[in-house]
Design a protein around this ligand. Structure first.
Ligand code: GLY
Length: 402
């Protein structure tokens, strides 16, 4: 009798276990199909865009205007590395030689930006382009470009505030440091490993520590801008530049913070960065204003929610970060992060956000917000949205579909 009971419990468990496995396998298979479809589309959509813009000397694709037409930028604009970076990701997926050629050519186009010292964006520009290029090809001419870029970036380090100054002094700010700056640290970690010189990493760590200390609120949302006084290092003000209010949670700012601290944990294994990333993730995933499709409004506190534009770029950055973060935490958190990332990716890959061929200025994702207060790129395409979307899909494939 007892034996019979044990047998029936065992069979119940076995059936539940097998159902779970086959459900997970089905989900992984359907995500693999989704990823394959997006990359096939990306290649088809980006090849003519690359061909078209390469003819415009000194230009790179940036976004779309109010009519959905392509907007290009000069190579000095902060987003210039994302288009070459996206080409590198498409090449990583397809191994197509035409894509490799475009990725090399557009990276080369922005190389002179390695000398940028008048803002912090040199990390975004050069690491997303040449960083990926070096990772994928080991081209021996690329490290010099990345080391020069890192040397440019660290000229902006201010020992008094143990931070890299984001923008130059202006009428608005004395020494502003923005949460976005966390993203530029990845290149500095790379530079220390490549050169064996710890100075880049030390600056990155100091910057990350100051960011934890000064940018975050009790609920682990972050201020966009901290303005410091360089004479004695005190904080003049904590404000926003791209959010709806100084005390609000600008969506992309939260995404940059999540991604930045996840990356800092990868590079240092410092548990404080892991805790920070988990706390930011919890703020995002438990936020009452996160919509059911998990694509945030442009600011979590935007005044007219639900009648506010969404920002697909924040969603893409969050998804990419969560996939990485899921590899550093316990089983339960890992599943939560994976599920949220998957939900975001499914939403982004749906017709609600993914453009049709030949539309959206040649970009992939619709419904992003560049800069609401300055009234540009509202509900437009954005080159960095595509970049982090494809990065997230590649990360998902590598981690969960093999
Ligand atoms: N300032 C960079 C961004 O718009 O996220």
């Amino acid at each position: 009798m007892l034996l019979k009971r044990y047998r029936s419990i065992y069979i119940t468990f076995l059936v539940a276990f097998c159902t779970q496995i086959s459900y997970s396998t089905e989900k992984a298979k359907s995500m693999k199909v989704l990823i394959d479809n997006v990359f096939t589309f990306a290649e088809k959509q980006y090849a003519p865009l690359a061909e078209q813009v390469y003819k415009l000397e000194g230009k790179v694709p940036r976004s779309t205007d109010a009519n959905g037409a392509l907007v290009t930028s000069d190579i000095s604009w902060w987003t210039s590395g994302f288009f070459p970076g996206t080409l590198w990701y498409i090449y990583e997926y397809s191994k197509d030689s035409a894509m490799l050629n475009y990725a090399r050519k557009f990276s080369k186009r922005i190389e002179s930006e390695k000398f940028t010292t008048n803002n912090h964006d040199v990390g975004f520009m050069l690491y997303c382009s040449f960083g990926n290029g070096y990772r994928l090809t080991h081209d021996t001419s690329y490290p010099e470009i990345l080391v020069t870029s890192s040397n440019s970036l660290i000229t902006r380090y201010r020992p008094k505030i143990k931070s890299i100054q984001s923008w130059d002094k202006s009428e608005l700010y004395n020494c502003p440091v923005i949460i976005d700056n966390m993203m530029n640290l990845e290149m500095l970690f790379w530079a220390s490993k490549y050169t064996n010189d710890s100075k880049y990493k030390e600056i990155a760590v100091n910057h990350a520590n100051s960011t934890i200390k000064n940018h975050f609120r009790k609920d682990f949302s972050s201020y966009h801008v901290i303005d410091y006084d360089l004479t004695d290092g005190h904080i003049i003000k904590k404000v926003t530049n791209q959010g709806c209010a100084d005390a609000s949670a600008w969506a992309r700012g939260q995404a940059w913070g999540l991604y930045g601290f996840t990356m800092c944990y990868r590079e240092t294994k410092d548990k404080r960065y892991l805790a920070q990333a988990k706390n930011i993730a919890n703020f995002i995933l438990n936020h009452p204003n996160l919509p059911t499709d998990k694509i945030p409004y442009w600011d979590f506190n935007a005044p007219k929610i639900p009648n506010e534009p969404r920002d697909a770029s924040s969603a893409a950055i969050i998804a990419s970060a969560l996939i990485e973060l899921s590899g550093y935490v316990g089983e339960q958190d890992a599943l939560t992060y994976k599920n949220l990332a998957e939900k975001i990716l499914r939403s982004l890959a749906s017709p609600a956000y993914l453009a049709r061929f030949g539309t959206n200025g040649g970009f992939l994702l619709m419904h992003n917000v560049g800069n609401m207060p300055k009234k540009y790129e509202i509900d437009s395409a954005l080159c960095y949205s595509d970049y982090y979307f494809l990065e997230a899909l590649l990360r998902y494939k590598a981690k969960f579909c093999s």
